[in-house]
Design a binder for this molecule. Structure first.
Ligand SMILES: Nc1ncnc2c1ncn2[C@@H]1O[C@H](COP(=O)(O)OP(=O)(O)OP(=O)(O)O)[C@@H](O)[C@H]1O
Length: 222
């Protein structure tokens, strides 16, 4: 019997934020299922709650209502295990400024106690075309180069899902295309689910499926 695919199930979730003066309602009763064999884009207007939905799907935040089920290697797991099986890519790259390129790549492996961290990091650096930048620190790299390292860092631990929040938001069109291609190639090569929040139509079109979050509703894009 084939393994159950790694899956995230969002069931009737709702979320809001309370501020001193008001409650910001993001969504109510949203349901969707995300599988690790797909690339999914979440699009929609600014402030609709896309980043919040991504954080809930990744197990970083608990929804105010509803349930989230994470299934990894055929078993239900908690949010902490989900996070340990996930990689993250951000708009602002978020590399460690005091570490060089190879140090940034090796870090997630070192944190998991991997003794081959440097060798694996060197292989990934070559894979993303930055072998000659191993000893450069983030401020010595362009935005596109930093994001290539951030993409490699997200995939280097062989996660089951990678979550990317506006990964091309700080890049020009040409560099965005290269980073999008790299993310999708990495996801396909490793059989990892890729969930991308984006305002970029080009990036959304590259994904296998798109969901639109608007006015508290989640709908499949045509
Ligand atoms: N910690 C917080 N406290 C209060 N309000 C918040 C918090 N985080 C987000 N919000 C508000 O919730 C709403 C949704 O934010 P979110 O970042 O999820 O939207 P988004 O669709 O990703 O927006 P964008 O496309 O502009 O990044 C916004 O109005 C935002 O100001």
């Amino acid at each position: 019997m084939p393994d159950t695919p790694d899956t995230i199930e969002l069931n009737a979730i709702s979320h809001h934020f309370d501020t001193a003066s008001e409650r910001i309602e993001l969504f109510k009763g949203l349901s969707c299922t995300i599988h690790a064999d797909q690339t999914l884009a979440i699009v929609g207007p600014s402030g609709a709650g896309k980043s919040s939905l991504l954080a809930i799907a990744a197990g970083l935040e608990k929804p105010a209502g509803g349930t989230v089920r994470f299934i990894i290697h055929g078993a239900d797991v908690d949010a902490q295990t989900m996070r340990a099986n996930s990689g993250f890519i951000f708009q602002q790259f978020h590399l460690m400024p005091e570490l060089d390129a190879i140090g940034n790549l090796a870090l997630p492996l070192r944190l998991k106690g991997n003794r081959d961290a440097s060798d694996i990091a060197a292989l990934w650096l070559e894979k993303v075309g930055l072998k000659d930048r191993a000893r450069h620190r983030p401020h010595q790299l362009s935005g596109g180069e930093q994001q290539r390292i951030a993409v490699a860092r997200a995939f280097i631990t062989a996660p089951r899902f990678v979550f990317a929040d506006e990964p091309t938001g700080n890049l020009d069109i040409h560099t965005s295309q290269a980073v999008a291609e790299l993310m999708c190639d990495c996801a396909q090569a490793t059989g990892c689910g890729l969930v991308i929040v984006t305002h970029s139509r080009q990036l959304a079109q590259r994904a296998g499926a798109s969901l639109i979050l608007a006015a508290g509703r989640l709908e499949e894009a045509a």
